[in-house]
Design a protein around this ligand. Structure first.
Ligand SMILES: *Cc1c(COP(=O)(O)O)cnc(C)c1O
Length: 371
């Protein structure tokens, strides 16, 4: 039996020569960062691909998220989900705001929009939901609450690059959507990220915030930071944009194979695909029911590891249980998030994953469940 390592993810990369060709002009111009030619080109391409009037690039997605909070001048409390990567909650807290944790929907693991209203107080300034695993939030309900209570909405769209719902780009939902272009994401610029937004009035402020608050040459108008994307990152982004549809098609085929092998098995829950949604197949989460299988998530992770297969307990724990967050926040009353977090594994998924590897992963899981 083959014991080749299967990691949970593998970054998508263009052919080496293609990247070399792309960065040639950076050598000629000596323009390495500060909104150069590559930066501008990638922004133009993303405006088109994400079908949104405004895109601003950043050195990474987390910085983009913090700047979205600054740009909208949020205060007080932000209603959010604890079932996410640490970044979402950290951005809120690092900006001096209080995260108010809302439970998640047990089918798609996004924020349970029906539980948001009871968490709104006089201090609430915004909702920060996450399109977790690329599952798109109940945006209609969120939109309705935001307009009823005059709240801002920032979507953490780190997992949702290029997705569509009801014929709309996911980038068009809420006031601002953040996308991450980290190496492990569907689309990468090595590190990187962007904010997508409809309101062009936000443009200058966001631009200033990402370069020390400079609005002209001689004045700092807001307390900015430095989170510019450099030309080498943008060049990687441009190359990966040429292949993005191919990356997503390959991931889609992998997910199809996983479903063939794991769908309909008692004790194993997969996310259902919704109609009117175009997915990017960023993650493949599987929830294991110990009562039915006699094996829990950790047993299965161990069985996979013994075969040199590395799945991830993603997202475990819920962010409200991290030491630094727990010490500063009141405990989250989010039983669904807790349960999913304790029973979920995201299985390896990347464009170059072979069906053979998927079969090896599924065989191992099924063998462990039967043992
Ligand atoms: C990756 C990720 C981020 C942070 O993005 P970086 O580009 O790594 O800074 C934020 N939120 C979620 C849900 C993520 O998965």
């Amino acid at each position: 039996m083959s014991k080749d390592v299967i990691r949970v993810t593998m970054s998508s990369m263009p052919p080496f020569d293609e990247y070399c060709k792309e960065i040639r002009s950076i050598w000629d111009s000596h323009w390495l960062t500060n909104f150069g030619e590559k930066h501008q080109e990638l922004e133009r391409q993303l405006v088109k691909y994400l079908d949104i009037p405004n895109i601003h690039l950043f050195s990474n997605g987390h910085q983009a998220l913090e700047i979205a909070i600054d740009a909208l001048e949020l205060t007080g409390e932000v209603i959010t989900t604890p079932f996410t990567f640490a970044s979402t909650t950290l951005a809120i807290m690092r900006k001096g705001l209080t995260p108010v944790f809302c439970d998640i929907d047990e089918n798609d693991y996004t924020i349970d929009a029906d539980k948001i209203e009871s968490l709104i107080t006089e201090k609430t300034s915004a909702i920060m939901p996450v399109h977790v695993y690329g599952n798109i939030c109940n945006y209609k309900k969120i939109e309705q609450l935001a307009s009823k209570y005059n709240l801002k909405v920032i979507y953490d769209g780190a997992h949702a690059f290029g997705e569509k719902v009801d014929g709309r780009s996911v980038a068009s939902l809420g006031d601002i959507t953040m996308f991450s272009f980290h190496a492990t994401k569907v689309f990468n610029s090595i590190e990187g990220g962007c904010l997508a937004f409809k309101d062009s009035n936000l443009k200058d402020r966001i631009h200033a915030l990402c370069q020390f608050g400079f609005s002209g040459e001689d004045d700092v108008s807001v307390l900015g930071t430095n989170s510019k994307m450099n030309e080498f990152q943008a060049a990687m982004g441009i190359c990966n944009m040429r292949h993005i549809n191919e990356y997503i098609d390959k991931r889609k085929a992998c997910v199809g194979r996983y479903r063939e092998r794991l769908d309909g098995i008692d004790g194993i829950t997969l996310c259902k695909e919704k109609e009117n949604t175009v997915y990017n197949y960023s993650y493949f989460p599987v929830v294991f029911d110990e009562k039915i299988l006699g094996k829990n998530r950790d047993d299965i992770a161990k069985a996979l590891e013994s075969e040199n297969i590395f799945a991830r307990k993603y997202f475990y724990p819920i962010t409200s249980d991290f030491t630094a967050i727990r010490e500063k926040c009141s405990p989250a009353d989010t039983p669904v998030a807790k349960r999913i977090s304790e029973n979920v594994l995201t299985l390896p998924l990347y464009a170059e994953l072979s069906f053979e590897d998927i079969d090896r992963i599924c065989d191992t899981i099924l063998r462990c469940c039967k043992a």
